[in-house]
Design a protein around this ligand. Structure first.
Ligand code: ADP
Ligand code: ASP
Ligand code: MG
Length: 468
């Protein structure tokens, strides 16, 4: 019987569970996560983020001057308190205490502010502490959880704070280090968010990046599904934190989910689906607070027949406009502008061009404005001087982007009309508009103060268009 069980489960593709900060913000939540792991039948890999808000605390230290003692004490106290609340047996508790001490040594000599490699080393502390704690909780329940530090399996470049994963090397490392654990009937419990470069230095793959760690593992292990456990019932037609009438979508296509994540739905990290694009692996978003609910299935196999539209928003962005009469019809202006933007690593969220007003407008994160403007002024110096073919580079702060996403939008008439009349009724001014060339989305720039109301009125105007 036991032999049969192992043979069947070994032949099965594993599932990857990911628990984010929202699933690890209290001992109760963490125990619910452990409960879901315990209930799952079949091969399983677990990926965990840092305990709620710990990465923010570590980032705050990195951004400010001061020594690390008080941060280190706070981080230590939070984890030891959590371990005590979890009622770990004495031996496991003291073993965990040693892990905490050793890990926090990374902070002992640090002095803020820090950046680059040292910053990634410090940020890595959160996942190293939380993941080890989850592995200890599994051991306390006689489950075979094995702590895996993802720096030994996720190979990245050296783009500190936002490192790119090298899937080829990572696949080999996962095959060497994680597959044998699964074959042995163990549950690998892997740190999210972290990797290492070819020199073995710690890297991080972008804030909220544990979702990506989970899908990298899913792709490399040819998992059947990746389950992202969080605090909402799945992907909803709008952010449920702010819009009460939002409804859960039972399924959504890869393209829609990617667009929704890119345009501000924090429920999945924008790069989450990238490792799975060429695979059959599906993603499921599940609510740890209501695990009996089905959640949302994101799959490349879903050809959308539904008519659902999702409204998302991003705040904390700024709009940059480069304009001048001399720009009209002159080749190469756009190329010069966007190479200058790319040179400083700025991510452009939306672009809109107006030939009548002879300008190019684009939207970036507010924090990226200073270096972007410097780079533009240098690259466009020749255009700005002399006959002033470009006469201004302007920044409009305190704006936000609203995006309406839906794969079937292109086959339907009048959606844009409905959106703009809904905004018109509330006297909300639209500053710029862009439609994705794929016609899965329409984005608008609005004043930041109008964002919440605008999502509400667009969402309710479009609700009768939705059929699930
Ligand atoms: P975790 O800590 O588990 O990674 P996050 O806070 O990153 O969780 O993501 C979950 C949050 O995403 C939800 O609490 C919700 O407020 C937010 N969210 C924003 N837009 C959406 C949406 N369209 N559908 C579902 N959740 C959304
Ligand atoms: N702990 C990291 C962060 O807060 C990664 C994650 O939560 O996914 O950004
Ligand atoms: Mg998240």
């Amino acid at each position: 019987m036991i032999k049969e069980f192992w043979e069947t489960s070994l032949n099965k593709a594993p599932v990857v569970f990911k628990f984010g900060g929202s699933s690890l913000e209290s001992a109760d939540r963490l125990l619910s996560a452990v409960e879901q792991i315990a209930r799952f039948e079949g091969p399983l890999v677990v990926v965990t983020s840092a305990l709620g808000r710990i990465t923010d605390l570590l980032a705050q230290f990195c951004n400010t001057a001061g020594d690390a003692v008080s941060i280190s004490e706070q981080v230590q106290a939070t984890h030891i308190r959590m371990a005590a609340d979890l009622d770990l047996p004495e031996a496991l508790l003291s073993d965990y205490g040693v892990h905490v001490e050793t890990t926090l040594q990374a902070l002992s000599t640090a002095r803020g502010p820090v950046e680059g490699q040292e910053r990634d080393e410090i940020l890595s502390v959160g996942e190293r502490l939380s993941t080890n704690l989850v592995a200890h909780c599994l051991s306390a329940r006689q489950l075979r959880g094995i702590y895996v530090d993802s720096r030994t399996i996720i190979r990245t470049g050296s783009q500190w704070g936002n490192a790119r994963v090298d899937l080829t090397v990572t696949r080999r490392l996962i095959g060497e280090k994680v597959s044998p654990l699964l074959n042995n009937g163990d549950i690998p419990v892997v740190t999210g968010f972290l990797g290492s470069n070819a020199a073995g230095e710690t890297t991080t793959i972008g804030r909220n990046g544990s979702d990506l760690t989970a899908t990298v593992l899913g792709a490399c292990l040819e998992a059947s599904e990746v389950w992202i456990w969080t605090d909402v019932d799945g992907i909803l037609t709008a952010d449920p934190r702010h819009h009460q009438s939002a409804r859960v979508l039972p399924e959504i296509s890869f393209r829609e989910a990617a667009e929704v994540a890119y345009f501000g739905a924090s429920v999945i990290h924008p790069r989450t689906l990238w490792p799975l694009l060429e695979t059959e692996v599906a993603v499921r978003i599940k609510n740890l607070l209501a695990p009996e609910n089905e959640g949302t299935l994101i799959s490349s196999r879903i050809a959308r027949r539904g008519r659902t539209l999702i409204t998302t928003s991003i705040d904390d962005v700024s709009m940059i406009t480069v304009g001048g009469y001399g720009m009209i019809g002159v080749p190469g202006v756009a190329a010069t502008i966007f190479s200058a933007v790319q040179e400083v690593g700025t991510n452009v969220l939306m672009i809109s061009q107006s030939s009548a007003e002879h300008n190019i407008t684009f939207v970036v994160q507010a924090s990226e404005v200073p270096q972007t403007i410097d780079s533009l002024e240098t690259a466009l110096a020749d255009w700005l001087e002399g006959d002033r073919r470009i006469d201004h580079i302007r920044v409009l702060s305190d704006v936000g982007i609203i995006t309406v996403v839906g794969e079937n939008m292109r086959n339907r008439h009048g959606i844009a009309g409905k959106i703009f009349s809904a905004l018109g009724h509330q006297a909300i001014n639209v500053i710029a508009i862009a439609q994705g060339s794929s016609e899965y989305s329409i984005s608008m720039v609005l004043e930041k103060d109008n964002l919440r109301l605008a999502v509400d009125c667009i969402h309710s105007e479009l609700d009768d268009e939705n059929d699930n």
